[in-house]
Design a protein around this ligand. Structure first.
Ligand SMILES: C[S@@+](CC[C@H](N)C(=O)[O-])C[C@H]1O[C@@H](n2cnc3c(N)ncnc32)[C@H](O)[C@@H]1O
Length: 269
């Protein structure tokens, strides 16, 4: 209550009032900070426990979902495992954004759509064929320039021209033939220097699938690259390896791709 009273003038009234209030509180900054930190730690522990229970229900009680609620990564798994891989796809995909119109395929819960892709884009159209994912995304991942739409990308790929197409954690949900035809549909919707970016994973060494819904898991970077090179002049595939998962990322375009030749946002050498 007291701390909220401090935050309110900072946020909603003139700067001079906020400055005077802040100056008056300066002598008691340390105890104020201790109170705020205690509250934040209690809230974080409660939030982690609640998201642990949410995960237990979502993944422990059948049927298993085909998409992840990334608020569980943010509030629980990340803190438990010290493993940042859940954020990599958003960061690496974000590097490829050109500031224009984005088509995101198989968006799942829309967490990355909103939190990694929408701020630096003119618009994002994000599609998924699972109505539970789209309903969740519409409820929890909204932003003014984002539209979530129900669509099966094998048969109902949205029309239009896009500066970026994002295909995260989903290419492995399709057969090689389906990947080939979706890749052609993506190419037909990208602007001349538009970029396809995405994420997938390497198959497990014991041959078991990571998820029962996976149709094709890749053997390595070269295996993924062979699906991209027939369609794009410039292809980068790279990997990160964690104890739990071997990850593959890709950027593909007929123009420059992040950090490659002609990429305007880096200097090398
Ligand atoms: C593992 S989730 C990835 C979600 C999100 N892109 C992410 O990175 O968290 C895979 C998603 O692919 C979607 N999907 C699978 N087949 C699809 C299809 N034919 N058309 C559209 N979405 C599909 C599933 O519904 C699911 O939401």
């Amino acid at each position: 209550m007291f701390l909220g009273a401090l935050a309110a003038p900072l946020a909603s009234t003139g700067v001079s009032v906020a400055r005077r209030t802040a100056a008056r509180l300066s002598p008691i900054k340390r105890p104020l900070e201790a109170i705020a930190r205690s509250e934040a730690r209690i809230a974080a522990r409660w939030s982690a426990a609640a998201h642990h229970r949410l995960m237990a229900v979502q993944w422990g009680v059948p049927p298993q979902p085909e998409w992840m609620d990334h608020s569980i990564d943010l509030h629980y798994q990340f803190l438990r495992d010290r493993n940042p891989l859940w954020a990599e796809r958003g960061v690496f995909g974000g590097l490829a954004l050109k500031g224009g119109d984005v088509l995101e395929l198989a968006c799942g819960d829309g967490f990355n759509t909103r939190n990694f892709y929408s701020l630096r884009s003119r618009s994002v159209l994000a599609v998924d064929f699972d109505d539970t994912a789209i309903n969740h995304a519409r409820r929890y991942s909204t932003a003014p320039n984002v539209e979530f739409r129900l669509a099966d990308i094998r048969t109902d790929m949205p029309a239009g021209r896009y500066d970026n197409v994002v295909w995260d954690a989903a290419i492995e949900h399709f057969t090689p033939d389906e990947i080939e035809s979706i890749m052609a549909a993506i190419k037909g919707r990208l602007t001349p220097e538009g970029i396809l970016s995405g994420y997938t994973l390497v198959e497990r060494s014991d041959g078991a699938k990571h998820l029962e819904q996976h149709e094709y898991e890749f053997t390595d970077m070269a295996d993924l690259r062979r699906f991209l090179t027939p369609h794009f002049a410039n292809v980068t595939v790279f990997e990160t390896v964690y104890p739990s998962r071997h990850n593959l990322y890709f950027w593909a375009s007929d123009g420059p791709v992040p950090l490659g030749d002609g990429w305007p946002h880096a200097v090398t050498g």
